[in-house]
Design a protein. Structure first.
Length: 298
């Protein structure tokens, strides 16, 4: 099969080191053939979102990525944060954690769109560069999810009458207090939604709604089954084992999550409950279901 087989019409083939060494985890020379059509990958993207270079990349990436011209004339190269931002932009556009070949197809599509619209000096790193600089493709994906909380949830949230928002709107403050939520927690729920709650309150709320915590967080489209109400504490040990195994230090992970050293130590030691939103991010980093982090409270 030709290297550009299956590529979107009008998209030029841009050779990368992945074509030679297969370091993104695929067989050498078959990156394009492994990736489905881009339109199928973008099924959950708002119409037109992946057609615009500006929307696909976002301001942060446009500022962070050195241009091809600058790279040629000055030898500039993107730093690690820029590489993470590039991968995060792909995840945001596709609504999923991509493989190396899928990222490469998105990259070539965006570069072709940039050329078509007259943007000739945009640079996007190839998968082999991201893998080499960030340690591995799974490590790069974990870093991107840690750095960009808006990448989660990965499924469209049900906004209909049976979805989380509609179900929550049916609960008045008296009902929320009867579940066990404090006045402060109820205020946070009204202000910022269930992700702002502590993990025990989120577990109790999901159980009252006869739904899973994944559904409450928007990580699955059907209600599922509620978690064991006695397993209401969050233990990040599985996530730390995962990230350490990928070569990601606890300090780097903490920095990407935006946590100060004190709260991070208390959370990882089990002395402080993280917010439900942080627990969801931690689960996403390790590609785990949120219930995998739930343990019995001490």
């Amino acid at each position: 099969m030709r290297p550009d087989a299956g590529r979107p019409a009008g998209t030029p083939h841009r050779p990368t080191t992945d074509d030679a060494d297969g370091s993104n985890g695929s067989a050498p020379g078959h990156a394009a053939s492994l990736a489905p059509p881009l339109e199928a990958l973008c099924a959950h993207t708002p119409p037109g979102a992946h057609q615009s270079v500006t929307r696909a990349l976002g301001v942060c990436l446009a500022d962070a990525a050195p241009t091809r011209r600058a790279a040629r004339t000055t030898g500039a190269r993107p730093d690690d944060d820029a590489l993470i931002a590039m991968l995060a932009a792909c995840m945001r556009a596709l609504g999923r954690r991509p493989s190396g070949p899928i990222y490469d197809r998105w990259r070539e599509h965006v570069l072709a769109e940039a050329d078509r619209t007259g943007i000739r000096d945009l640079a996007l790193a190839c998968p082999s560069t991201i893998t080499r600089r960030l340690g591995s493709w799974p490590a790069a994906c974990a870093l991107a999810i840690a750095a960009a909380p808006d990448l989660l949830p990965p499924v469209p949230v049900d906004t209909g009458p049976s979805g989380p928002r509609a179900r929550l709107a049916q609960l008045d403050d008296a009902m929320l207090r009867s579940i066990g939520l404090s006045v402060g927690a109820i205020g946070e729920l009204h202000r910022a939604g269930p992700l702002a709650l502590g993990v025990p309150d989120a577990v109790a709320l999901a159980a009252h709604l006869d739904a899973s915590v994944s559904w409450l967080a928007g990580r699955q489209s059907h209600p599922g089954r509620p978690a064991d109400p006695e397993r209401s504490a969050c233990d990040p040990a599985l996530v730390l084992d995962h990230t350490r195994g990928l070569g990601i230090t606890d300090t780097r992970l903490r920095g990407l999550l935006g946590l100060a050293p004190g709260p991070w130590r208390r959370i990882t030691a089990g002395r402080e409950s993280p917010t439900f939103g942080l627990a969801i991010r931690l689960a996403g980093i390790a590609d785990l279901a949120p219930t995998a982090l739930l343990v019995r409270a001490r």
